[in-house]
Design a protein around this ligand. Structure first.
Ligand code: ASP
Ligand code: MG
Length: 444
């Protein structure tokens, strides 16, 4: 069985959804479809949740009406026959009524998750009904019956597979299954999410759970590009990436993939294809265990990075010092991304500032602290990158832009630079010129 995930603009209108149907039907064999919400809907739900959080009661129904209209219009376009769409509309209405009821409850993280994941319930309902209307048999599965994930970083795919099989035993049709991305039940068995953009992660978790032959993630871009196409001209899709390369790029900012997407499939060796719904014939990007080419593959950038420097008068490298520093971050469950050290100072970066104040108060006992916010990690990735002599051109960037930190040699496949976000675009463009345009290092 293959897992196919569609989201965002791929399912943003009736014509895109008709296109998705063709893509599905053009592929032989059994398929599990993971859908996220229609484009823009999760953002509307975030606004709704914020209204609930701030008790802006008069805003609720207007916002729900906007969402209702978007989905009603979609049903009318996809299923014009009154006798059929009547049932779909009434199912849609029950989901929206449940949403209204949820909005009247006191706001909590759980209420937020219940609101935010409604977009996926609405779209899967419509999509399944549309396919049936077009005589394509399918089974709609409620992801909440099997996406039981206690630890977001380490989902138990064996257990999820068992739960999914229990569901499949109840249904008669197994060739085309449809389910919601993004949603999960947490350790308290409450509705929660896989974080924004998490439907990609749903696809790879389910792919690992059912040992799928492959996973396809369909978006609106021809695969993962060698640089950020929003800021750099002439970027090109990378035809092939190893799991490790893709994981680094996704974690360090490549917008096309949710950061954790690759982790469930690495050990299972299931290939992941990134494809464009609007140009399905384009090859896109294949992510697999095979590393076809050495050398530079791609550059990505992650924003909202905070750098913390701890300068100690005592011997920094004295036994046990780093352990104490790391324990503080561990206590506040804050992951460290980059680290560099000198004899008397250590600099490190975090991307989650929610406990920054407490962390700084505790670090204060160990030396002089300085903090720089609004930085970006620029991540240069490619198998064996640091053995490639052409890579040295990367350091010419130091002539043009101040670089706050460099991480080199942590792995053979990654060099990371920390720069002020105001210089990010310049760095991305210059690196593109130095590394890709001059063709000095291995090209993708
Ligand atoms: N609909 C969710 C979001 O917008 C999940 C996803 O798109 O992957 O974040
Ligand atoms: Mg996405």
């Amino acid at each position: 069985m293959k897992v196919l995930k569609f989201g965002g603009t791929s399912v943003g209108s009736a014509s895109s959804i008709k296109n998705v149907k063709e893509i599905i039907l053009n592929q032989p064999g059994s398929k599990l479809l993971v859908l996220s919400a229609m484009s823009g809907v999760t953002n509307q739900l975030v606004e709704l949740s914020e209204m609930v959080r701030h008790s802006y009661v008069t805003g609720y129904s207007g916002k729900i009406d906007e969402i209702r209209k978007k989905h009603y219009d979609l049903v009318m376009d996809l299923i014009p026959q009154d006798s059929v769409n009547h049932n779909v509309i009434s199912d849609l209405e029950s989901i929206l009524q449940e949403l209204e009821v949820t909005c009247r409850l006191p706001w909590s993280r759980n209420i937020e998750a219940r609101i935010l994941t409604t977009g996926e319930s609405l779209l899967t309902l419509i999509f399944s009904a549309y396919l049936k209307y077009e005589d394509v048999e399918n089974t709609l599965l409620d992801a909440k019956t099997f996406m039981h994930i206690n630890n977001l970083e380490n989902p138990d795919t064996l257990y999820i597979g068992e739960l999914l099989n229990d569901q499949l035993r109840l249904s008669s049709q197994h060739d085309l299954l449809i389910t919601q991305g993004f949603v999960r039940l947490n350790e308290k068995r409450e509705v929660s999410t896989l974080k924004r953009g998490g439907s990609d992660y749903t696809a790879t978790i389910l792919g690992a759970a059912i040992r799928a032959s492959e996973i396809q993630i369909w978006t609106d871009i021809n695969g993962l590009h060698n640089n950020d196409p929003r800021f750099v001209e002439n970027t090109k899709p990378v035809a092939h990436l190893s799991f490790e390369e893709a994981a680094e790029l996704a974690y360090f900012g490549a917008k096309i993939l949710h950061p954790q997407t690759i982790s469930p499939v690495i050990g299972k060796n299931i290939p992941v294809y990134l494809k464009n719904t609007f140009t399905p014939e384009a090859t896109g990007t294949r992510i697999s265990a095979i590393s076809e080419k050495k050398g530079l593959k791609a550059i990505s950038a992650k924003d909202e990075i905070t750098a913390i420097k701890i300068k100690s008068n005592r011997m920094l490298m004295a036994h046990g010092f780093l352990k104490k520093i790391f324990e503080i971050f561990d206590k506040y469950e804050t992951a460290i991304d980059m680290i560099t050290t000198s004899e008397i100072a250590i600099s490190l970066t975090i991307d989650d500032n929610s406990n920054l104040d407490q962390i700084l108060t505790e670090l204060d006992n160990y030396g002089e602290i300085s903090v720089d916010t609004q930085h970006s990690i620029i991540c240069v990735v490619g198998e064996g990158l640091i053995e490639d002599r052409g890579t040295s051109r990367l350091f010419e960037i130091l002539q043009d832009v101040p670089v706050r930190m460099i991480s080199y040699g942590g792995s053979n496949n990654n060099i990371s630079l920390l720069v002020d976000t105001r210089n990010k675009i310049e760095v991305l463009q210059k690196l593109n010129e130095k590394l890709f345009m001059n063709q000095l290092i291995n090209q993708v």
